[in-house]
Design a protein around this ligand. Structure first.
Ligand SMILES: NC(=O)NCCC(=O)O
Ligand SMILES: [Zn+2]
Ligand SMILES: [Zn+2]
Length: 472
């Protein structure tokens, strides 16, 4: 047993002084002020620390095959790095190979993820439509603990789905009580602009943001919302990076539609100037989609988070090393899209969000774990500090500082996008399943210790409860 003594518990609703007792089954046994330590228990002194639910990152790509290569962080190294930063769970993406069955792909991802050091679940990507996909969606929801599916409106000739496929998938997800998630960028428009810039001789990373302007995300987000309203299904838009998409989500919610939006910390920190570096490698390291934008979009993203119109933060953690980024040396469209970030997500959000006064500590918990747990049906197990919940906890020092560097990070990638940035707000200890796995600089992550977390549908055999949504 583990007794966390003298800290301030922070949930998405409130802060209070209490001790937290974790049992040997990896659950929180009790939350009470001034508890006596049961015989044989280990005591952790948490004076001056905040006791918060471990972060849940609902958007990662560990060892994902993508753009002719494979993301360099695997399920062990990536989840271990996450633990070092205070994240105790991830939801990763199963991406079926061309026309591979969804169920076979899920099994392959289950095998890959056996080595994870922290708990994990999966969203499964729908990349085409046929009877097998329809059937597999049912199997995945009813038998495999999957309650969310992913759709790419971008990556033409690879992962992109057309509106008809997306609608079919939405209808099926609705029948099953599952949630559709979407990467909202107009893939035809991106492809058209990529060709245009290449023909004009613009082959470097600076053409990447030009080929994916904000309007292209705004259009796709609005279209996805329209399709969701037509099919009467809820929708979760991943990596919202623009004012346009934020406003589309907020307007849809005002009309009563069940639409959620996710923000990445990197979009809150960096702007398009990162692509202007005269050092090709340095600029290529920021190539991800959607790209970093003109600074004014950040105001909308912060406003979305603090007002609750955008509910979650993720990282889209997807690492590629130098030799991988160099696949696009003469053609920016071949630079593998993706950046690392799981280890620094909580610190970056605390520093830029809470320390700067944009978010309260309660809102920090909401956007780093509690809202994600509610939206993806992990709630009462994760995203809270309460008896019966998983003992996934971060002891947070709100005043400590650290300087981020690839020389000291645990991610399996040879750079860090936040290199040299000093942040206030540090994970002092991370507790996963009641075990201390990050102890003030010492990582005790264990290969294979992470469990596959089954997520139930929202109403078995039916649609999510109606929220009285009108169509757009
Ligand atoms: N985001 C990105 O650039 N790479 C990972 C795949 C995706 O999420 O679009
Ligand atoms: Zn994406
Ligand atoms: Zn992604």
């Amino acid at each position: 047993m583990l007794l966390i003594k003298g800290g301030t518990v922070v949930t998405s609703e409130r802060q209070f002084r209490a001790d937290v007792l974790c049992d040997d089954d990896g659950l929180i046994a009790d939350v009470q002020p001034d508890m006596d330590a049961p015989t044989g228990s280990t005591i952790i002194e948490a004076d001056g620390l905040l006791v918060m639910p471990g972060g849940i990152d609902p958007h990662t790509h560990m060892e994902m095959p993508f753009m002719g290569t494979t993301a360099s962080d695997d399920f062990y190294t990536g989840t271990a790095a996450g633990l070092a930063g205070g994240n105790t769970s991830i939801i990763d993406f199963v991406i079926p190979d061309h026309k591979q069955s969804l169920h076979d792909a899920w099994k392959a991802w289950r095998d890959k993820a056996e080595k994870a050091a922290a708990d994990y679940g999966f969203h499964v990507a729908v990349t085409h439509w046929d009877d097998q996909v329809h059937k597999d969606m049912g199997t995945l929801v009813r038998e495999c603990g999957v309650n969310s599916f992913k759709h790419f409106m971008a990556y033409k000739n690879a992962l992109m789905v057309d509106d008809e496929t997306f609608l079919n998938s939405m209808r099926r997800a609705g029948e099953l009580g599952a949630l559709c998630t979407v990467h909202a960028e107009n893939g035809d428009a991106v492809s058209f602009l990529q060709e245009t810039f290449l023909k004009a001789g613009k082959t470097g990373p600076d053409a990447h943001p030009l080929s994916r302007p904000a309007s292209v995300e705004g259009e796709a987000a609005q279209r996805a919302i329209t399709l969701a309203s037509v099919s009467k299904t809820p929708l979760y838009i991943v990596h919202v990076s623009t004012r346009e998409a934020t406003e589309a989500i907020a307007a849809a919610r005002l009309r009563g539609l069940e639409v959620y939006g996710e923000v990445l910390p990197q979009h809150l920190v960096f702007d398009e100037s990162v692509y202007q570096s005269s050092d090709w490698l340095q600029a290529s390291r920021y190539v991800m989609s959607p790209p970093f934008r003109e600074k004014s979009h950040q105001q909308a993203l912060w406003g979305g988070l603090s007002s609750g119109q955008l509910q979650t933060t993720a990282t889209d953690h997807c690492c590629f090393c130098r030799s991988q980024k160099e696949m696009g040396l003469t053609n920016f469209t071949r630079i593998p899209n993706g950046v690392p970030g799981i280890e620094d997500r909580m610190s970056i959000l605390w520093h830029h969000g809470v320390t700067s006064g944009k978010l309260t500590p309660e809102q920090f918990v909401a956007v780093t774990s509690a809202n994600t747990a509610r939206i993806f049906n992990l709630h009462t197990r994760k995203g809270l500090i309460a008896a019966g919940a998983d003992a996934d906890i971060v002891l947070w020092d709100p005043l400590a500082t650290r300087t981020i560097s690839s020389a000291t990070h645990h991610q399996n990638v040879d750079y860090n996008i936040y290199e040299g940035i000093t942040v206030t707000g540090v994970a002092k200890k991370t507790i996963s399943q009641g075990r201390v796995v990050w102890d003030d600089g010492t990582l005790r992550a264990e290969r294979g210790q992470g469990r596959y977390v089954e997520r139930k549908p929202f109403r078995i055999g039916g649609t999510r409860p109606s929220n009285g949504a009108e169509t757009a």
